[in-house]
Design a protein. Structure first.
Length: 666
């Protein structure tokens, strides 16, 4: 079928004012990463074993078995193709289906690497790498998730047998949620209260075997299963999030991960000379990976919405001629282009966070713990900011696609359902922002003591200026000056943090003040995180960037990102006196101009993500724009259309029709 819409995307692509190939490299991070990513995406897309278009119609059992088959196929292909760790991880990524491999490679292995001694790593990592064991990460319990210090599971040392006894003392202490635990994992890192000599010594990780390596049955003392069906069709239901109860399960002493705390044969507990928060290291690592993942999920939704908005036409013609592409409506642009800009912003801040994480890891290895609080605040804050924005943005993209966005064949409902728990796992987003706020209040109070702030809080060192400055913006063009934009963001964040610190000091205790002012503290934390994202984006666009017009496009996106935030939080920018109402209007005017500049490049800017149709999984986001024929073909493939007359007609439709006929004769 020839469809006019296909031409729309070709037309759009011909309007691009930049080198799309060069932008693809910028998005990927380097030519090498681009090549690996592109190759792995194509391998997955061309392999029928990785088909995913039937996922939302499968029942839970079928769906789960289907995922097991795919995970086994990932491992098989990775071995056959002799993929490197980088390649295998990309291959797994493009399979685009949550499964036990994520937890095995993403949390079990990092927990052992981060918290195991060298000897323990030598023992467990080869087993895990060869997948002779499959592991997961069990921290959360039925009664406690956020409050890690409130966990109830105990690991009591028995010096008589040189073993730990892992025990779940109550229903609320059952481990509850760990991915891969319910049906697959053979091993787990369990977080439990260490008890030795009748005393408690804090929370640590312990490796426990869950299931027999011969027949997969649970080992004695272990009650284990899946926690039940989760939100959405398909989506995260491919994962066996599980529960487990330990009834005095014994493990050898050397199964406690002992890098930061050792328990001797006699039961003495020896703490190494490192901050106790090092035991939270796996969470810091995963939060950092979640920030990078946010840009993938967001860009995927935006790619679907931009392409479809170029295809979709409504109104605009009085004489039944060609109608207006919905992408041309300013309202559509004002909802969509900030999300496009945010996808690029999160990509760059994700790359920067990887660097920060590598830097702090190197320092920790040299026993320098000075940057740990900042690494914690940055990973927690950016995880929270990027996942909240992305989850909301996917839903906004669904609305931007009108009615068709609500169909599973648009790919957006499942993307939302699979993504939205990112706001909760690895730390509830509000709980994490309160951690950032705690760090900010501490930084502000140290300023008063003459301590110079470093890292991402360096800007607070300019305290006097930030408290008094008034924006110099006097024209829309002034809002294209990096210094003007940054000053406004830094002043807003600093003034909010200072106000919180000042108000907390009016309470009888800091804890009481912190609790009472937590709403303001969350806002101050978001403002600080936005300073980080805006400044990293500005830094990026100030670098040399090869490719015709690439830098110019990124500059436009950078200012859209910053100015849409000024608009969104105008209440805060105004109430803190950082800008005037007139300056807010000028910023909006500039924003409208920028939308006009991005418009001809929008389709090419999403093409630069280089997504295959398989990965996008969307009738609306197809590269060729053949939307309507695909929607129709997919509708015909729905199980409900297997028969023309539906199952249930004889039992439930016919009798109703007959009854209606009888009634009408009365
Ligand atoms: C084939 C290849 C396949 C490859 C697959 C690859 C990759 C996939 C990658 C990953 C998988 C990703 C996703 C999978 C999906 C889901 C998995 C989900 C897993 C989970 O959810 S695990 C459970 C996560 N749980 C949490 O996050 C709990 C949140 N709670 C906490 O973090 C803490 O309890 C708390 C909220 C921070 C409070 O802790 P508490 O001890 O009570 O502390 P405070 O008193 O508030 O603070 C004390 C002190 O400590 C500092 N602090 C706190 N946390 C940290 C930290 N993490 N690091 C450093 N410092 C920390 C805090 O700042 C305080 O400092 P002070 O100086 O102020 O005293
Ligand atoms: C899909 C998914 C996968 C998961 N995978 C794993 C896994 O592999 N391993 C694992 O161990 N765990 C896993 N989890 C559990 C996850 O880490 C926890 O659910 C998460 O840390 C939140 O904790 P919670 O459920 O206790 O929420 P709660 O803390 O009970 O949150 C409930 C509400 O209370 C609020 N709240 C809590 N404390 C405060 C506070 N101090 N101040 C203000 N508000 C507060 C929160 O903001 C939230 O609104 C997973 C969860 C999901 C959804």
């Amino acid at each position: 079928m020839v469809v006019a819409s296909v031409d729309n995307l070709a037309d759009e692509r011909s309007k691009a004012q930049f080198d799309v190939g060069a932008m693809k490299i910028v998005w990927a991070g380097s030519k090498h990463v681009f090549d690996v990513t592109d190759r792995m995406a194509r391998i997955v897309a061309s392999d029928p074993e990785f088909r995913k278009d039937n996922r939302t119609t499968l029942g839970r059992k079928e769906l789960f078995k289907n995922t097991l088959r795919k995970m086994a196929h990932v491992v098989k292909r990775a071995n056959e193709l002799r993929l490197t760790e980088e390649e295998a991880s990309k291959l797994r990524f493009f399979v685009d289906e949550p499964g036990y491999l994520d937890l095995h490679w993403g949390m079990f292995v990092p927990a052992i690497k981060g918290q195991g001694t060298e000897e323990q790593q030598e023992k467990w990592l080869p087993l895990a790498s060869r997948m002779e064991i499959i592991g997961c990460y069990a921290q959360t319990e039925l009664g406690h998730g956020s409050n890690v210090q409130g966990l109830e599971t105990t690991a009591t040392f028995d010096p008589k047998t040189d073993e730990f006894i892992i025990h779940s003392p109550s229903l609320t202490s059952y481990k509850w949620w760990p991915g891969g635990l319910g049906k697959v994992s053979t091993h787990v890192v369990v977080y439990a209260r260490l008890v030795s000599g009748g005393q408690e010594h804090g929370i640590y990780g312990f490796i426990v075997q869950l299931r027999s390596l011969d027949d997969h049955t649970p080992l004695p003392g272990i009650i284990i299963g899946d926690i039940g069906t989760k939100f959405g069709s398909g989506a995260y239901n491919t994962m066996d999030n599980g529960f487990v109860c330990f009834n005095r399960v014994r493990i050898p002493r050397n199964h406690m991960l002992m890098r930061f705390c050792q328990v001797t044969r006699e039961g003495n507990v020896c703490l190494s000379d490192v901050p106790k928060q090092m035991v939270y290291g796996t969470m810091v690592y995963v939060r950092q990976t979640i920030v990078s993942d946010a840009s993938w999920a967001l860009s995927r939704a935006v790619c679907i919405a931009v392409r479809y908005s170029a295809i979709r036409r409504q109104f605009g013609s009085q004489d039944r001629g060609i109608e207006t592409q919905v992408l041309d409506y300013k309202t559509q642009q004002s909802r969509l282009f900030p999300l496009l800009a945010s996808a690029y912003a999160f990509r760059f801040v994700g790359e920067w966070l990887k660097w920060l994480y590598a830097d702090v890891t190197e320092r920790l290895q040299a026993n320098d713990f000075s940057t740990l609080p900042e690494a914690h605040a940055c990973t927690a804050g950016l995880k929270s900011l990027t996942t909240s924005v992305t989850a909301d943005a996917i839903e906004e993209c669904r609305k931007l696609c009108g009615g068709h966005g609500y169909l599973c064949s648009s790919g957006l409902p499942e993307l939302f359902a699979v993504y939205v728990p990112a706001c909760t796992y690895e730390g509830d987003n509000v709980v994490l922002l309160l951690q950032v706020a705690r760090f900010l209040v501490k930084t502000v109070s140290r300023l008063a003591a003459g301590k110079k702030p470093v890292g991402t809080t360096t800007y607070m060192g300019n305290a006097e200026h930030l408290m008094q400055c008034k924006s110099s913006a006097s024209s829309p063009e002034d809002w294209l000056k990096p210094s003007v934009v940054l000053e406004a963001f830094e002043a807003r964040a600093f003034r909010l943090a200072v106000a919180c610190a000042r108000d907390i000091s009016k309470f009888s205790t800091p804890e009481a003040g912190f609790a009472e002012l937590s709403i303001d503290l969350v806002e101050a934390a978001i403002a600080h995180c936005e300073v980080i994202v805006v400044s990293r984006f500005i830094e990026k666009v100030q670098q040399d960037i090869p490719g015709d017009g690439v830098k110019e496009q990124l500059q436009i996106l950078c200012f859209i990102y910053a100015l849409h935030l000024i608009h969104k939080h105008s209440g805060e920018f105004l109430s803190t006196g950082c800008i005037t109402p007139e300056q807010a209007t000028l910023a909006n005017e500039q924003l409208r101009t920028l939308y006009g500049q991005v418009r001809p490049n929008a389709v090419s800017l999403v093409d630069a993500f280089n997504y295959t149709d398989h990965y996008l999984g969307s009738a609306l986001g197809r590269y060729d724009g053949n939307v309507y024929a695909t929607l129709y073909a997919q509708a015909l493939r729905d199980p409900l259309n297997d028969t023309v007359v539906p199952d249930g007609y004889e039992e439930f439709i016919r009798p109703v029709l007959k009854q209606t006929m009888r009634l009408s004769r009365l």
